[in-house]
Design a binder for this molecule. Structure first.
Ligand code: CP
Length: 305
């Protein structure tokens, strides 16, 4: 593969190769002095049209730890603010001959469009409510490190499924690797026909979490609810916020995940987010290793200089 645009289209073997590579990168990702040379002489551009803390910084660190020159395009102070389009911005950056562009954009399909317009590799760092492939890979790596497997596990993805690219990428990846995937949330935040993705869908936490090995909480994406139904935080927390009582519905050894950013007291209680069953910090740590694995895999397909 020359690009990583989504989990859709990857085989179980493709995914397992990336997870094994990422596992091998965990130690190196922790030690900056063990910097590798896989991407020496290569240029990586981070092009984020939507805000990010985790994804952008971990792609920057991953690129640097592999020896690449990393440029963070500051969209807020770029000519995008003067009306330049995604495609014209891409063409401008393309003329500077980068090797890899990592792009995040509010429109679904933006990464695919960009990949058709530039000569370099493109990595999707989140396109609207469509896909966020490296998030799903780091979630899978975190699950595998803690549960020893993915196949046969029951994973409950809870909350705003409708607006979530993380949910979509995780549903595809986890199903491909043989997990049973459930989605849990109010009907107003559930895409019509979600069952066609091979998931079971639930409208309440008690039945949705029963027997779950992994409880993955999602943020209410208010920025994507333009004109639609917006639940109040208090009411949402009462019915769908993960607290000790609701976590009690899941298996006794169930672990809790959240891709971040979290809204404490809305979809998750602080005691759970910071508690012994939370994998949230490990997810962030695995983000660097997974992005190193993805960049190194793409580097094998870059033309020689
Ligand atoms: N999980 C995630 O994509 O976080 P950021 O928006 O901070 O990158």
């Amino acid at each position: 593969h020359r690009h990583l645009l989504g989990i859709e289209g990857l085989s179980a073997e493709d995914i397992l190769i990336l997870l094994d590579r990422a596992e091998g990168a965990v130690e190196v990702s922790r030690q900056i002095e063990k910097k590798r040379t896989t991407l020496r002489g290569r240029t990586l551009i981070n092009l984020f049209f939507e805000s990010s803390t985790r994804t952008q910084s971990s792609f920057e660190l991953a690129g640097k730890r592999l020896g690449a020159d990393v440029m963070n395009m500051s969209v807020q102070t770029s000519s995008v603010k003067k009306g330049e389009t995604l495609i014209d911005t891409a063409a401008t950056l393309n003329a500077m001959r980068p090797d890899i562009i990592v792009v995040r954009h509010a429109q679904a399909g933006a990464a695919h469009l960009l990949a058709r317009k530039v000569d370099c590799s493109v990595v999707n760092a989140g396109d609207g409510a469509h896909e966020h492939p490296t998030q799903a890979l780091l979630d899978a790596l975190t699950i595998r490190r803690n549960k020893g497997r993915i196949e046969g596990l029951t994973v409950a993805i809870c909350g705003d499924i409708l607006h979530s690219r993380v949910a979509r990428s995780n549903i595809i990846l986890l199903s491909t690797l043989g997990a049973r995937v459930r989605v849990v949330g109010p009907s107003t935040l559930m895409p019509a026909g979600i069952e066609r993705m091979g998931v079971e869908s639930f409208r309440d936490m008690k039945s949705g979490l029963a027997g779950a090995d992994i409880v993955m909480m999602l943020r209410l994406q208010r920025e994507r609810m333009n004109g639609g139904f917006v639940p109040s935080s208090r009411e949402y927390f009462r019915f769908f916020g993960l607290d000790a009582e609701k976590l009690g519905y899941a298996r006794k050894d169930a672990l809790v995940m959240h891709p971040g950013p979290m809204n404490r007291g809305v979809e998750i209680d602080s005691n759970i987010a910071d508690g012994p069953r939370s994998l949230i910090r490990e997810q962030v740590e695995m983000g660097v290793a997974v992005r190193m694995a993805v960049l190194a895999a793409l580097a094998e397909h870059l033309p020689n200089e």
